[in-house]
Design a binder for this molecule. Sequence first.
Ligand code: SF4
Length: 340
Amino acid sequence: MVDNRLFGVVFSLSVMEFLERITEIALSGAGICQEDAEEFVRLGPERIFQVLPYSERIRRHFKGDEVSLCSIVNAKSGLCGEDCTFCAQSVRYNTGAPTYPMVPAEKIVETALEARRWKAREFSIVTSGTKVAKKEDVATLERALRLMKEKAGIERCASLGILDKETLKRLKEAGLESYHHNLETSRSFFPKVCTTHSYEEDVQTVRAAKELGFYVCSGGIFGLGESWQDRIELAMTLRELDVDSVPINFLNPRPGTPLEGARYLTPRECLMIIALYRFILPQKSIIVCGGREVNLRDLQCLIFAAGANGMMIGNYLTTYGRPPEEDLRMLEDLGLKPRK
Ligand code: SF4
């Protein structure tokens, strides 16, 4: 036993040997197996400072020191008939979230140009609701995508719900490159999060986007009451679906939703979740999104050591993010740079 304390935690030789072994597995490109993932979470968040050198090594090996910045526009807000327990945009909860129909294409492009100014590499058009169905809304999206292709010089992503293949194809022809659709949590825990649509509908949406050749972005939201086993299960499902990018959101409890009283995750728990995902999905993009500021607080800058190679900048769907210039300065201070 090496009595090498940091933050009151004994750095144990056996832990270091375990981390060395699973890091070699991750560096080979294969993610760690279920058993190793379970042993990893048994280390506990209090050992995160022993984990960081290893998770950072994997991130740097596959993603270097460039950070993918993405940004979003809430293009259609509120009035969603679904009952996702965390969501302020559900019509079932009295949350005071803004409600408005699809914004004009010009407004979407304007927001994309703003994001570009903040060095965002990817911009996502996000709409509330089970799916975008109205013909005029799809037409607005096609127009926005064509204008963005012409003017914005930014990668075009969208998150429009459980879309059918025909609509996905139309948007692809209009210039859509990436499709975002979170599974939110594990299949086991999902019935506790949403009862108005099935997990399989979300899985089929991800599969359809993959089959159509989109760059697929699918992840989840943590702090909904799920267990570490659920967190491992979600990561394994995303690996099986071979998604390209995994957004990691941390619950920012919204007043009026069933989860308004939920406790925040601790910053070390958040870092441990990011590191777990880097070990299970070593080659994938791992993007820290919603809830970063309120859950990680002063430990935000450690997300990249934990294994993230991207983050969302600017505002979230119904809450504010911190000023982008603070995020760009944080990258500079860390010796990291926005990915072109
Ligand atoms: S997460 Fe999406 S589907 Fe669920 S309630 Fe919110 S807007 Fe609706």
